[in-house]
Structure formats: structure tokens, C-alpha cells
Design a binder for this molecule. Structure first.
Ligand SMILES: Nc1ncnc2c1ncn2[C@@H]1O[C@H](COP(=O)(O)OP(=O)(O)O)[C@@H](O)[C@H]1O
Ligand SMILES: [Mg+2]
Length: 798
């Protein structure tokens, strides 16, 4: 934009400036999902919702993503254009605060002081944390067409957008159209970077109200807008060879930098003609005698042109004129200068060269908006011919963020330090809410589960959780801890029935057919006995099953009769033994059962069940038991909890099973099989299953059920592991080199790879001071170098 002489001397009045800005504003109209710029072109804005994390992807996955983006680019017609806007924004924690505030209001209405305190703690923790976190990236794709007729233009944009969405999906990415309000909001925030924090965008704002009060051009080098200084860069040189995600360093530079990539499909034939001309020119230059410096330069140019010519002959390669515009934003000129330095370093270390865009006036600002703005003169000066593979291998939709602003905090992003927040029950993102946590002993699994449990019942949406605690390490406030030990006051009767919902794979209402239920119950009880009396012959199994059946009959639960309600007491193990005693051939079995009926374990198993799971948190503590009795008890407890879970489909509840490897036994796979059944069906009853284990190798290789549980979990957390475990795991899931490093390296506890909602991130499990207080966790103190030396020298600190 040419500026008047008056304006160079700052002689325009404010009104004049406003008018001038309004006149230049390139948005003419926005209706629903379509936007028209003042040059008459129609546009459609898409917001990228699912990104990939190239750092943690395997090579194959990277190739798939590049191909998906390439298909998108090749879907553009010659009269269309596309803008990819990589927008650097502060971590938006406000949305999660709004979610927490809603919870706090409900807690206040209930006078639930405990919950209010926890929410406050979480808020403070996140607020402090967010200040140190890096910016996150949001991505927009804007399509533009020259088609004049509005209806045709919109149809065309819509069709292209659908094709692009489909292509992106094949590479694990996703996007959705942004509507009028979203587009206006982004424009408002870009044009009012500072005041939009204190005065957020209000719905239904007019187009002119999106503009800032003024834009000041400082000597053609920076633009001041809303008290924020902006400077603009473009690339002036690209290296010969680039790898995948070749803009990554620039995108992730520690600075507020927005990157707009404008792509205009170019006619191949014209390019071939003009390139041929250039090649002939270069060749003729090279025939003559040249100083070595020029000789080399021209030879290099010739080589790269020839290579490009060769590549674009392929049908899958389209050609584009590509302009890159990078915009830096800082609140002071000094900060801007140091940001410029950091950007230049990042560019140089990527082996590119950049140049500052000077004397282009206010129009540079329009390139920052998601409107596919283009200015022919400038575009010509800064555009590069590039084939689609090269552009797509930028992998622009690359981000390590995982924050859905609702649900629980899972940890902190290992790269950006941003919070990882989501609600596992949200089925728009989660095919199922189950999680597996793998890691060697001491890697931080239980610490992570403890935090997750507390968060599920405070800031999350779980109504109840059940925990199997083999190490006595889960202490949550106001929990019902049931300790199973020799001479225990808590008895768990294998015959007990908490509910009679019959499992089925179908999604219809659970059947309450009692007879059918009883048949299953009898069959499933066999797996409890299999732990106690292994190697039963088929005949013995028959007697046992018959004995169980007769024991139920004595309490009025007879198969083949019409059962319509449960008795007040159930048969006991002793009843079973008495029934079986009549048969000589069961004496071996009875001998094996004795410790459970009359001996040391009798108080735990022989009698009526005398505990329930009504409290918000139920912890089943099996710490004091030997493995011999732990396993049959775990079997019983899982079945008991499962009956409780099935009582209601509406209530949200979670089951945590730690040290699940205890159940991996070659000869006794029935309990793992049952756990797999829970994993398959728990979602139907409003629940989730979290399974944590060390001995990953055993868990995955003994029998087939461990792998089924692993495959069934849509959330996976991998902490530090032994080489053997990693090797075993790699058979089921491919890990990139970077991931293997994280898994194998001696990093601090809680450092993990977290997979959720189809994304993989590096994550750190961190507790807030409030959580440490509530859970009785010790603060991990970093030992300083000085303290280390003092310790070594035996000097006690004064
Ligand atoms: N995220 C974390 N932050 C701080 N300390 C941790 C973290 N995770 C684990 N620890 C420390 O490491 C110890 C072992 O962790 P734990 O969760 O019991 O390991 P695992 O269950 O994998 O065997 C804990 O007692 C705790 O002190
Ligand atoms: Mg543990």
C-alpha cells in the first residue's frame, strides 16, 4: 500500500487513520462458512483439529502423513489457492478454568468444601504452570477460488474442503470448517493481540469492529498495532536437500511467530518452458570461461533446476508458487529484536536464509489472518516454485499438544510444558476409555495412578472408583479401605451375587434372566477354584460344578426353576464342602480347599460377604497376602466389582488394577480372560478399566489375554522399561528412535510416552502442592550440585 507523504510525517488525524484502515480492510463479507475478500474472491476456512506429532512417529507413519498432505495439495485446481496458517498462541487455559468453575459451583451448592479446595488447588497449580509453558500452535487451512458466481464458488469450495478432509484423515489428521464467529474471533485476536486478552471477542461483532484503532508503520521495518510490534520475514534461500518436517525448528522457535504459507497451483507446462529457457541460458554461461566462484554457482543452479524438472514430470507431483511469510510479535522493540535474533538462528540452523520484508506497510498484517490474502506484486517477489512433495513434507499440522479443556489433567507435555487435559469418557475423541500403564518397577506407575484416581473423583466426572491395591500404596481421602489379611474381618464369599445383569456383546439392555445368570455364575466360579485346586481332572471339575449347583439349590436358587429373587444369604464354601464330602472322589479337592474353609484363610472366604462398594472410592488392599492366596482373591474381587459395575449404565465409574502381571500365569489364564472381558464391555456400563503392570514381557506373552487388554486400551502410558520389555512391546506397537530413547533412558520418574485419542506425546507426570498434601506424597527435592558436593565431603549444611 502506497502511503501518503503526510502519513510519513505522522500528520494524519486519528479519524483519517481509522477510515484509511477500514478502506484497506480486505474482508468484504462473512456468511456462515464462507468469506469474501474485497478482491471478490470467495474463501473457506478450515480449522485443523487433529494433528500429528512427527517426533514420535515411525518412518512409515511420517510417510503416510506426507502422502496425505500431498493428496490435499494435488486436489487443488489451477484457479484455486490455499493458505496454511500456523498460528502461535498462548496456551488457552481459560476454557479449562471455566470447566473447573462450573464444577466449583456445583460443589458450593452441595457445601462440598473438600471438592472446592481441590478445584482451587488445581486452578493455582495450572495458572503458575501455564505462565512458563511455551506457546501452542493452531492450524488453519484457507481455500480460495476465482470462481465469480457466489453459489458456484461456495459449492466448489465445499466439495474441495470435503476432499481435503478425507485425504487428511488417511494420514491421521483432521480438520473441520470454521464458522463465521470463529473466523471473526481469530481475526479479532490477530488484529488486537493485546486488548483481546482483556476484552475478548464478543459474538456477532461487526466486521469493522474487528479492526484495531490504528496501525503505525515504524520506518517500513515494523508495524505497531494494539501496542504490539510486528516484523515480517520471508525465506531467501532453501537448502538443496530437506528432510521431513523441515520447518519444525522455525515453527517451534521460542518466540511469538505466525507463519503463513500461501500456495498457488502453477501450470506445469509453463514452468517447463521457462525452466528450459533458464537451463539453456545457464548452459551458455557455463560454456564461457568463468571465475571458479561463478562456475560453481551456475552449476549448482543448473543441477537443482534439472532435478526439479525431473521430479515434476511425475503425475503425482503438482507445482506451486509458494510464499512464506513469518510474522514476529512482541510488546517492546527490544523484545522484538531479541526474538528476531532467535528466529534468524533457528532459520540459519535449518540451513535456510531469510530476509526481512520492508516497506510494505499495513498490508503485511492481512497475511496473518486466515483469509488467504494475497497481493500480486509482493507474492511475485517472494514466491518460490515448489513441487507438492516438498511442500507436504513440511508436515505443517505437527504438534505435540493434547488438551481438550475438559476432564482431568493427565500430566504436562514434555515438550511444550502445556497441560495434557481430556475427558476419557468423551466418545467424540475416545473409542474406549480404557488405559494400560506399562513400566518397570519404580518407574512411577503407581504415583501416576494415584494422581489419576484423585483427579477422576474431584475434577473429573467419575462417580465412583474401585482400586485393587496389591502394594498398600493408594491412600485417598474418605476412601473405604478393605484390608484382606489372615484373620480378616472382611469376608468375600465366592457364592455372593451383587447383581444379576447377564453379560452380552450386544448393546441392548442387559438381561436380568436369573437362571441364565446363575448358569454363568457357576461356570465362572470355576476359575476361582482353579487357582486353589490346579490340575483338576475333567471328572473332578464335573463334581465341583455339580456341588456348586447343589449348594445354590439349598438356598432356593435351582436351575430349571423359575427364580425371581435373590435369597438374603448365599451358600458358603463350607456348605460346598459338606455337599462334596458325600462323594469319595472329591477328597483331594476338599483337602486343597481346607485352608480356605477351615484353615488360615477361612475368615476371608468362608462366610457371607460383609462389605460393600458404595463409597466414592473403594480400595481393596491385598498387600499382606501371599501370591498363593492373592490370585484367587483377585479373581473373586474382579468378579465382585464387575457385578457392582453392571448395576447401572448411567453411573460413571473406574476400575484400577495395579500389578496385573500377578494374574499372568500359563496354566491359569481364566482370570486374565475375565479381565479382558471387563475391558471389552466396561464402556457399555459407563465405566473404564486402567491396568498397570511391570513385567511387560510376561503380561504380553503369557497367554493371549494380556495383548487383548493392551489392544483394547485407547489410552496407553509407557514409562521407563527394560530392553527386554521394550523389545517385546515393539512386536505390538512400533516406536520411533526418539520414543525408544525416552523409554530406555534413565530419566526422572513419571517421564513417559502417552498415547491418547490417536495422539502420541511425551509427558511428565507432575503433582500439585495441593495434591501432594491430600495424597501424602513427598515433594521430590532436586539435589543441587552444591548439596551433592557437601554430601560427598560430609559437610552438613549450616
Ligand atoms: N511423577 C513423579 N514425580 C515425583 N516422584 C515420583 C513420580 N513418580 C514416581 N515418583 C517417585 O518414585 C517412587 C516410585 O514410584 P512408583 O509410582 O511407586 O513406581 P512403580 O509403581 O512404577 O513401581 C515413588 O515413591 C515416588 O517417590
Ligand atoms: Mg507400583
Amino acid at each position: 500500500m502506497v502511503k501518503s507523504i503526510r502519513s510519513w510525517f505522522g500528520l494524519t488525524s486519528k479519524d483519517e487513520k481509522e477510515n484509511e484502515l477500514a478502506k484497506q480492510f480486505p474482508i468484504f463479507d462473512i456468511q456462515k462458512f464462507f468469506l469474501q475478500t474485497s478482491n471478490g474472491h470467495f474463501k473457506m476456512v478450515l480449522k485443523v483439529t487433529d494433528t500429528i506429532n512427527s517426533e514420535l512417529l515411525s518412518d512409515d507413519e511420517v510417510i503416510k502423513a506426507v502422502e496425505a498432505i500431498q493428496s490435499c495439495l494435488n486436489a487443488l485446481s489451477l484457479h484455486q489457492a490455499m493458505q496454511i496458517l500456523i498460528s502461535s498462541e498462548q496456551i488457552d487455559i481459560e476454557q479449562y478454568f471455566a470447566y473447573l468453575d462450573q464444577k466449583a459451583e456445583l460443589a458450593a451448592a452441595d457445601d462440598n468444601l473438600f471438592l472446592m479446595e481441590r478445584i482451587k488447588g488445581k486452578r493455582n497449580f495450572l495458572k503458575n504452570h501455564a505462565q512458563n509453558a511455551r506457546n501452542v500452535h493452531n492450524f488453519y487451512v484457507v481455500l480460495s477460488t476465482n470462481t465469480k458466481n457466489p453459489e458456484d464458488a461456495c459449492d466448489e469450495l465445499y466439495d474441495t474442503a470435503l476432499a481435503l478432509i478425507e485425504y487428511l484423515e488417511t494420514g491421521g489428521m483432521g480438520m473441520i470448517p470454521a464458522d463465521e464467529e470463529e473466523i471473526k474471533k481469530v481475526c479479532y485476536e490477530k488484529l488486537n493481540p493485546k486488548s483481546s486478552i482483556t476484552e475478548p471477542y464478543t459474538e456477532n461483532s461487526s466486521l469493522s469492529s474487528l479492526l484495531p484503532p490504528a496501525m503505525e508503520d515504524h520506518g517500513g521495518k515494523t508495524i505497531e498495532m494494539d501496542d504490539v510490534y510486528h516484523s515480517f520475514y520471508t525465506f531467501s534461500h532453501f537448502p538443496e536437500e530437506v528432510g521431513p518436517a523441515w520447518l519444525k525448528r522455525v515453527i517451534e522457535v521460542k518466540a511469538n511467530v505466525d507463519i503463513s504459507i500461501l500456495l498457488r497451483p502453477a501450470e506445469k507446462s509453463q514452468f517447463v518452458k521457462s525452466t528450459n529457457r533458464k537451463l539453456i541460458e545457464l548452459e551458455s554461461k557455463l560454456v564461457g570461461k568463468l571465475p571458479p566462484m561463478y562456475q560453481q554457482k551456475y552449476e549448482k543452479q543448473k543441477e537443482s533446476l534439472e532435478k526439479l524438472m525431473e521430479e515434476i514430470q511425475s503425475d503425482t507431483e503438482n507445482l506451486f508458487d509458494v510464499s512464506f511469510i513469518l510474522c514476529l510479535k512482541e510488546e517492546s522493540l527490544d523484545d522484538l529484536k531479541s526474538a528476531e535474533k532467535r528466529l534468524q538462528t533457528a532459520i540459519a540452523s535449518s540451513r535456510f536464509r531469510s530476509k526481512k520484508i520492508l516497506f510494505q506497510g499495513n498490508q503485511m498484517v492481512w497475511y496473518l489472518l486466515p483469509i488467504c490474502y494475497s497481493h500480486e506484486d509482493l507474492d511475485k517477489q517472494i514466491s518460490w516454485p515448489m513441487q507438492s512433495t516438498l511442500v507436504s513434507s513440511i508436515l505443517p499440522f505437527n504438534s505435540s499438544d493434547l488438551n481438550y479443556s475438559e476432564g482431568v489433567l493427565k500430566g504436562m507435555n514434555g515438550r511444550t510444558e502445556g497441560p495434557v487435559i481430556y475427558d476419557r469418557y468423551n466418545n467424540s475423541y475416545f473409542n474406549n476409555p480404557n488405559e494400560v500403564v506399562f513400566g518397570e518397577s519404580g518407574s512411577g506407575k503407581s504415583y501416576y495412578l494415584r494422581l489419576d484416581m484423585l483427579r477422576q473423583v474431584t475434577t473429573g466426572t467419575s462417580n465412583r472408583i474401585f482400586v485393587i491395591d496389591p502394594e498398600r500404596e493408594y491412600f485417598l481421602p474418605d476412601a473405604n479401605r478393605i484390608i484382606f489379611r489372615l484373620g480378616s474381618e472382611f469376608t468375600t464369599n465366592p457364592f455372593h451375587i451383587r447383581s444379576t445383569v447377564v453379560d452380552s456383546d450386544s448393546n441392548d439392555d442387559g438381561s436380568h434372566d436369573m437362571e441364565q445368570y446363575l448358569r454363568r455364575k457357576i461356570a465362572e466360579m470355576m476359575s476361582f477354584f482353579a487357582w486353589i485346586c490346579p490340575n483338576l481332572s475333567a471328572i473332578e471339575k464335573g463334581y465341583l460344578s455339580e456341588g456348586i449347583q447343589r449348594a445354590y439349590e439349598q438356598k432356593g436358587l435351582a436351575l430349571g426353576t423359575n427364580i425371581n429373587r435373590l435369597p438374603s444369604t448365599f451358600p458358603t464354601l463350607e456348605d460346598l464342602v459338606h455337599i462334596m464330602e458325600e462323594n469319595e472322589e472329591t477328597h483331594n479337592m476338599i483337602a486343597a480347599l481346607k485352608p480356605y474353609v477351615f484353615g488360615p484363610y477361612s475368615s476371608m472366604f468362608n462366610g457371607q460377604t460383609n462389605w460393600d462398594m458404595k463409597k466414592k472410592v473403594t480400595i481393596l488392599d491385598i498387600h499382606e497376602l501371599s501370591d498363593e492366596v492373592k490370585r484367587p482373591l483377585m479373581d473373586l474381587l474382579l468378579k465382585d466389582i464387575w457385578e457392582e459395575i453392571k448395576i447401572s449404565r448411567e453411573e460413571k465409574k473406574g476400575l484400577y488394577v495395579d500389578e496385573a502381571w500377578l494374574l499372568a500365569d500359563e496354566d491359569n489364564q481364566q482370570t486374565m480372560k475375565f479381565l479382558r472381558e471387563i475391558a471389552k464391555r466396561v464402556r457399555k456400563y459407563g465405566g473404564f478399566l486402567t491396568t498397570a503392570t511391570q513385567n511387560v514381557d510376561d503380561f504380553l506373552t503369557i497367554g493371549k489375554y494380556g495383548t487383548a487388554i493392551f489392544n483394547n486400551a485407547f489410552i496407553k502410558t509407557f514409562m521407563k522399561m527394560s530392553e527386554k520389555d521394550i523389545e517385546e512391546l515393539s512386536r505390538f506397537m512400533s516406536f520411533s528412535e526418539k520414543e525408544l530413547k525416552i523409554l530406555g533412558k534413565k530419566k526422572e520418574q513419571g517421564h513417559c510416552i502417552h498415547v491418547a485419542a490417536g495422539k502420541r506425546i511425551e509427558m511428565k507426570v507432575k503433582s500439585s502442592p495441593d495434591e501432594r498434601k491430600v495424597l501424602g506424597l513427598e515433594e521430590t527435592k532436586k539435589v543441587t550440585k552444591r548439596q551433592l558436593i557437601e554430601q560427598k565431603l560430609g559437610i552438613s549444611p549450616t
